[in-house]
Design a protein around this ligand. Structure first.
Ligand code: PGA
Length: 251
């Protein structure tokens, strides 16, 4: 088992309006208690950040984060959410470089770097998502892709930001597909990421999450790997029952 504080992160994507967020929170707060060695982070859509922050407020094990942020603090960027806006709505973390941002919206490696730096400067926690596409895995370039994404996002990042950083390894072919990496395959990539982070001077307490079709059935197997410090979950985080089952499966 990992010596690091386990982190269960729920990426709600484009689901969960404010009322649904409050209902989820009420169920979650009724069914779970804070546990030592476990944190639970929720990434609602921007319009539900305030509802989430209010509804989960006060639970020491819960943190609220944005799914994406712009690196500029303000300006004419229609549709974007700045870090100060996200923070004012209750976010203290943000996903960066989720594969849907990269591959559906065309976010570049360089933009992930700007976002990580801006979050670091603002004192928020960047949750940097990396991962290869199916063709890249089949071509044997998984490590190279992940290392390239890490370099673009983290080269020159200051020690304070590195100390807060969370990395999520999410193979693109496993997201929302029902396929997931075997625990051993995921752990191998996690070791590569850990070595890269250590080489940058990141502390051993930094968490590396696995994401991609995590569900109540496979969560325990994945978390049995000492390199897997937690999970980033999309579909199975949308219902309090399946989310609770993932937390429970992890033991
Ligand atoms: P999924 O999504 O659990 O639905 O595969 C994970 C993610 O995109 O973070």
């Amino acid at each position: 088992m990992s010596p690091r504080t386990r982190l269960f992160a729920a990426n709600w994507k484009m689901h969960m309006d404010p009322a649904e967020t409050r209902r989820f929170a009420a169920a979650f707060l009724g069914d779970t208690r804070p546990e030592p060695g476990r944190e639970v982070w929720f990434f609602p859509p921007a319009v539900s950040l305030t509802a989430a922050a209010e509804a989960f407020g006060g639970r020491s094990d819960v943190r609220i984060g944005a799914q994406d942020v712009h690196w500029e603090p303000k300006g004419a960027f229609t549709g974007a959410t700045s870090i100060p806006l996200a923070r004012a709505a209750g976010a203290t973390a943000a996903l960066v470089g989720h594969s849907e941002r990269r591959h559906v919206f065309g976010e570049t490696d360089a933009e992930t770097g700007l976002k990580v730096r801006a979050l670091g400067a603002a004192g928020l926690v960047p949750v940097l998502c990396v991962g290869e596409r199916l063709a890249e895995r089949e071509a044997g370039t998984t490590e190279a892709v992940v290392l390239r994404q890490l370099a673009a996002a983290l080269d020159g990042v200051d020690a304070d930001t590195l100390a807060r950083l969370v990395v999520a390894y999410e193979p693109v072919w496993a997201i929302g597909t029902g396929k997931n990496a075997t625990p051993a395959d995921a752990a191998a990539v996690h070791r590569t990421i850990r070595a890269d982070l250590t080489g940058r001077g990141a502390p051993p307490s930094g968490r590396i999450l696995y994401g991609g079709s995590v569900n109540p059935k496979n969560a325990a197997h994945l978390l049995a790997e000492s390199e897997i410090d937690g999970v980033l979950v999309g579909g199975a985080s949308l219902e309090p029952a399946s989310w609770g089952a993932i937390l429970a499966a992890a033991g």
